[in-house]
Write a new protein. Sequence first.
Length: 605
Amino acid sequence: RAGERLGAGASLEAAAEAYAERGAAVDRAHRHLEQRRVALLFPQLPEFESLRARMNEMRRYWRRWADAWARDFNALCRQHGFLPAASHQQRTLFDEVVGPLARESGVTAYFVIDAFRYEMGQELLKELEGARATTVQLRPRLAELPTVTDVGMNVLAPVAHGGKLSPKLSSPEGGELKGFSTGEFHVSSPETRKRAMHDRVGGATCPWLSLEEVVSGEGPSLTRSIAKAKLVVVHSQEIDNAGEKGVGPSVFDHVLKKIKAAWQLLREAGVRRFVFTSDHGFLLTGDSAEHVQSHGRKIDPQRRHIFSPVAADHAGEARVSLAELGYEGVSGHLMLPETTAVFNRGTKSQTFVHGGNSLQERVIPVLTALHRAAAGGSTLQYAIAARGLPDVVGLHRLEVKVDVAAQKALDFGSPAKIPLALKVRDDERVDVELVQAGGSAEITGVVVEATVGESFELLFRLMGPTDARVQVEVYHPSAVENVESRVPDALFAVAPVARPAAPASEPRQPTGGEGPASAEPEPGPGAGGSAWLERLPEGAVRRVFEHLAKYGAVTEQEAIQMLGGARAHRKFSRQFDEHVQRVPFVARIETIGGVKRYVRDGGSE
């Protein structure tokens, strides 16, 4: 029923949804079959040889299906880029889903589960959706590339700035990605992930617990450990550890039961909101000895990816530049098999792998569960009112209000604020930048926290590869509350922005040759190239002026995010005139209608 091919799609987001709706069921059935094989297929079984032959043939059937979908997905990535729209990115998950929940009253539990595949999320969903007075929601997102723990687990913390990531490589020549910079410190370990999360959501504490610590602890001690927290993080490595040791199918079900048990224990300890997600998925390949792909020296590649400074194409591989993945401060390319094959490393074949660009590895679950504060629960339904207002200082405006639309019973735990976001209807290539919110509303990352019953003005900017006028949709991104989205009648102009060149247009070099020089950022009008950036301090200050040169304006909120905090922004503001003397354009600070901006003369709106 899933179909032999993914087929040509309109976007990466559509491919992720298609896999969630059709493809994940195949992988779940395949996993269940492998689990039963481990449990039941022994030589003493009658007709053992015939059964084993039939099951090996089933592995080959699955492999042909998975390879066909992988080729289609990689072809789609080559056409549309390997990085999806913000709504489906792993790097925006914390700010769009976790942060808004953690800022509500009570405690939110954030399960970060190593190798928790999407189909496993579907299985957990079925366990949770029968709970009384509970709202559950499952949505797919695409893990960052390469799909390995050092990338995905660190990106589950809030490390993105302006939609970009600043990674650290293990060596100047490439090597492996070893965490990301927040602008203030390097996130590369559980302790630094905890710090980044705690800094973002606040609270007296931010407990970081292993799955085993939750399920083996006693109720009162668990209640005390989370008493003063806004966010508790539950970290699980059981699925990945078992898979790497070659015993995954024998323990996968057991781990899923432990995750459910941890949810129940935390619920009893008073946690009302849960988010379950993963750093990446995996391929359960069976015997992969016949499905190996060569790439240069056997010591060069990892199992499913390789970093290279050279922009060279190889048969059976997909290639993407690190710049196209939104990685700043690094150059080079990432190469991946376009099927489910593993690179030949001269080692023993493995049945559990990840690191590549198949849908099984990239599509991760974002499962949210909200429990009402009292039995019977909240039955509130919310509606959004939104209307367009005239532009001001070159920014689009909306008047927005969230109201209770219906209440079927008494409610004991309704939120005072509802997180909202904007997206462009019918064109996910257009990016939305939230700039300023009035009244009691507050912008946090890519969402705005709206007080129920109070109207506010929202200023925003649209940027994309078109100069069309488009409609925007105001919606509730975490889908935890029952909120009806709204599309105002107004049309808003998109500021055209050049996109990075597609891989097909990059210079090709034969393997072993010298790679091309890393691409410089595209200069804005009057910027005179980008060499001038080297005259500015390294890091965030350069990013602010690069944005200013390209787009013509940087708001105070954007500057705070790029610089890594209000303190760094105050220092930047004091030194702004000194910095301006080093750039090839005139810039100034202006405040209009309560909105502070850094503006380049002759810049875009």
